[in-house]
Design a protein around this ligand. Structure first.
Ligand SMILES: *[C@@H]1O[C@H](CO)[C@@H](O)[C@H](O)[C@H]1NC(C)=O
Length: 287
């Protein structure tokens, strides 16, 4: 008897804990608003899954309810499978106004079996032109993968499944504005961009494959929430809870970043001397 109940307790506790964690993770309804697409975007599975869809008439999109001023933000995405040529799934942080800041992931679809391009950019004060593009080391349509943005006052780090792929350092000392004063919201959308997305616009969207669907789950934000002109970080939390606020790449992460950039980077504005005949942007010369 005793051993029986011991066994059942041992079984029940992990079950309870994991269902609590699921309840905690599965609150996409509380974190996001569907903003466009007339029913093409949906939150299902008790708030655990968000899907965007695209057909010939429209794409769809969502945004976060919260605004953030710094954070470590993770989301799992599973991209449009099969022939996704012409489609773009955009996932970014952005502020408002004409001098906006923005941190971008864009996933450019492709023909079945051909690689997606992961396009990244950083805007500060309304100025972007800081593209870096990558192939991925896995098929991003076969399963969910985690795409993260670490944004603190010193740096922005893009990571895929925990592997850093790009670091944009604060180069204010070189006169480069850095996003650090404007709160940003998360925006995501799935739309048709067959005028440029796949092989530079050569491959068009095949609408017989529609609707195209991209999926999202397991959102997590360790972030400073901005509300009524104040940050949730300034007062309450002890600094140790917010170690991401001063996080930087350790040696192992730096080596993985170098590995990705060497093997998977297909475009880097920082090496595009033709594009910047007057000299590369200052932040490119710094490191
Ligand atoms: C699509 O596949 C082609 C051929 O492999 C490749 O050149 C291109 O970079 C891929 N990605 C996109 C988005 O065009």
């Amino acid at each position: 008897m005793a051993s029986c109940s011991g066994v059942s307790v041992m079984l029940v506790i992990p079950l309870l804990v994991s269902s609590l964690m699921l309840a905690f993770a599965g609150n996409l309804n509380q974190r996001f608003d569907i903003t466009w697409g007339e029913g093409r975007a949906k939150i299902t599975n008790n708030g655990e899954l968000l899907t965007l869809s695209l057909d010939k008439a429209s794409g769809s999109g969502f945004q976060s309810k919260n605004e953030y001023l710094f954070g470590k933000i993770d989301m799992q995405l599973k991209l449009v499978p099969g022939n996704s040529a012409g489609t773009v799934t955009a996932y970014s942080l952005s502020s408002k106004g004409s001098a906006w800041d923005e941190i971008d992931y864009e996933f450019l679809g492709n023909l079945s079996g051909d690689p997606y391009i992961l396009h990244t950019n950083v805007f500060s004060q309304g100025k972007g032109n800081r593209e870096q593009q990558f192939y991925l080391w896995f098929d991003p349509t076969a399963d969910f993968h985690t795409y993260s943005i670490l944004w603190n006052p010193q740096r922005i780090i893009f990571s895929v499944d925990g592997t850093p792929i790009r670091e944009f350092k604060n180069s204010q000392s070189l006169g480069v504005p850095f996003p650090k004063n404007q709160p940003m919201r998360i925006y995501s959308s799935l739309w048709n961009a067959d005028d440029w997305a796949t092989r530079g616009g050569l491959v068009k969207t095949d609408w017989t494959q529609a609707p195209f669907v991209a999926s999202y789950r397991n959102f997590n934000a360790d972030a400073c929430i901005w509300s009524s002109g104040a940050s949730s970080c300034s007062s309450s939390l002890p600094f140790t809870t917010n170690s991401w606020l001063s996080q930087e790449l350790d040696t192992a992460s730096q080596q993985r970043l170098t590995w990705v950039q060497k093997n998977y980077m297909i475009y880097n504005y920082c090496t595009d001397t033709k594009r910047f005949p007057q000299g590369l942007p200052p932040e490119c010369r710094s490191s």
